[in-house]
Every structure is written in C-alpha cells, then in structure tokens.
Design a protein around this ligand. Structure first.
Ligand code: ATP
Length: 262
C-alpha cells in the first residue's frame, strides 16, 4: 500500500511541571494527519501549545502519551527528513551565506563540489545566488529568512516544520516570502507544518488549518481552505475563510480576536 500520510499524530498529550507545582497539561489527546505535499497550519492563542506540538513532531520534545508516525513509522530522534525552521533564522554569523546553506549538507557525506553545487541551486531558487559570499549580518531580515529557507530545502527533507517563520518581518517582506514559499513548495512538493498566530498568513498558505483551543491545547476545529493558490487576499473566498476562523475564536469565548494579527 502506498503511504500517502506524511505525518500522523495520534492521541498526543503532554504536561510540564515547574518546580514543586502540580504538572500542567499543555496538550490533550491531539490527533491529526498531514498528507504528503500538504501545508497544514496550527493556529491558536499564545501559550496554547503550538510550539510544544511542533517540537514533539520534530522529536525535540517527547510526548507523555500517544504516538507520532512518519510515513507510518515511529521515529525516536530528530533527523534530516524533518527540518525545523525558527523565526530567528538560526544562521551562523561567521559563515558565508553559501557556507550556511552547505552546513546541513556536510553531515550527508557529499563531496565539496556536490555540496557547493546543491547549495548554489537552492540559493538560486530563493533568489539569492548573488549573495553567496556575503555574511548573514550583511543581509536584510527577509534575505536571512530566505537563506534559512534555502538551507532547509537543500537538505531535501520530506517535512519542514515552521515556527512563526515570518513573524519578525515587515508586512511587505512577509507577503513576498509567503509567495516565494508557495512557489518553491509547489515545485518541491515538500510537506509543511506551520505554526502562526497570523490568520491572514494561515488562510494564504494552508491547505488545512487546525485551530487549537487552550488550557489544555486540543484541536477545536479543522478548516479546509478549498480555494486555488495563489490566493487573492481581497477576494470574497479569502474573506469567507478569515471570517470563519474569527468566528471560531469568538465562539471559543476565551479570547478576543484583537489578540491575533488580522
Ligand atoms: N520546557 C518547558 N517547561 C515548562 N513549561 C513549558 C515548556 N515548554 C513550554 N511550556 C509551557 O507550555 C505552554 C505552551 O507553550 P508553547 O510555547 O507550546 O505555546 P505556543 O502556543 O507556541 O505559544 P506562543 O504562540 O506564545 O509561542 C506554556 O504555558 C509554556 O509556559
């Protein structure tokens, strides 16, 4: 049987204890699946457990109960087929742009020429081939994020986990990178799980949106964004999905929509 599920999260629960206090349950019985090539977004209030869930999927954190399957199999440790991208880019300032993109390839046993060619290919894909010899601090925030994206893609992972990757960027750079991401993802068909509190970003990028409730985090609602990409932010369909999400948060009662980037 062909395994079309890239990731299955089955009944995952997680608690944290701080000092002598009673453990606090952060995630309760979270179950969902992500198909190969899908973009699925986790959307929810600050503190509802989105990053914890992403860390569990990336195997940086361990669930208390439940299972995470990749292509139907359990995985114990972080590995190259699943890459995490953070909002602070995680670039090494003392390495050139090319050196940063090559970083993830060094563990793969590729020779220097192959590494360089592949890194340059991915820099070209994100439009930064001409910055190969620059250093991260010589680039704008948007460019640094593109380098981080090139580095993640160069590893050719099956799954990219993105924790608010564009949150630190200004609106126009964010819109530009969202378009870049969609263009590249369409080519590479990489599966993406994205965490954001930006409703607009979620509707623009996602095939499906999972809205998490808080205390403890559970999946409150799944919304399939059934419109073609690229999407028009001014179109009625886009507004329809935005409204649907806002209604979920109002319905949820616990928070005001003003807490979200709308
Ligand atoms: N290692 C840890 N030890 C103790 N508590 C933790 C740990 N990691 C997360 N928490 C707690 O778990 C809860 C969920 O945190 P998490 O960062 O997953 O939420 P989030 O939805 O990603 O929030 P934000 O949107 O603000 O980034 C918070 O109350 C946080 O304090």
């Amino acid at each position: 049987m062909v395994q079309s599920e890239a990731v299955q999260v089955l009944n995952v629960s997680k608690s944290f204890s701080q000092g002598k206090e009673k453990p606090e349950q952060v995630l309760r019985n979270i179950s969902f699946h992500v198909k190969k090539g899908e973009i699925v977004t986790l959307l929810g209030q600050s503190g509802c457990g989105k990053s914890t869930l992403l860390n569990i999927i990336g195997r940086f954190e361990r669930e208390d109960s439940g299972t995470v399957l990749f292509g139907g199999k359990t995985v114990d440790r972080p590995n190259r087929s699943c890459i995490m991208m953070f909002q602070n880019y995680g670039l090494l300032p003392w390495r050139s742009v090319l050196g940063n993109v090559e970083l993830g390839l060094e563990e793969q046993g590729l020779n220097a020429k192959t590494r360089r060619t592949r890194a340059l290919d991915y820099l070209r894909l994100v439009g930064l081939e001409d910055k190969a010899d620059s250093f991260p601090l010589q680039l704008s925030g948007g460019m640094q994020q593109r380098v981080a994206l090139a580095r993640a893609l160069a590893i050719e992972p099956e799954l990219i986990l993105m924790d608010e990757p564009f949150a630190a960027l200004d609106t126009f750079t964010r819109y530009h990178l969202q378009n870049e991401l969609l263009r590249i993802q369409k080519q590479s068909r990489t599966t993406i799980i994205l965490v954001t509190h930006d409703i607009d970003e979620a509707v623009y990028l996602s095939d499906r949106i999972l809205i998490l409730s808080s205390n403890p985090g559970t999946i409150h609602k799944e919304i399939g964004v059934h419109t073609t990409k690229p999407r028009d932010r001014g179109h009625g369909d886009f507004q329809h999905f935005r409204k649907q999400i806002l209604e979920q948060f109002h319905f949820n009662g616990a928070i005001s929509a003003a807490e979200f980037s709308i």
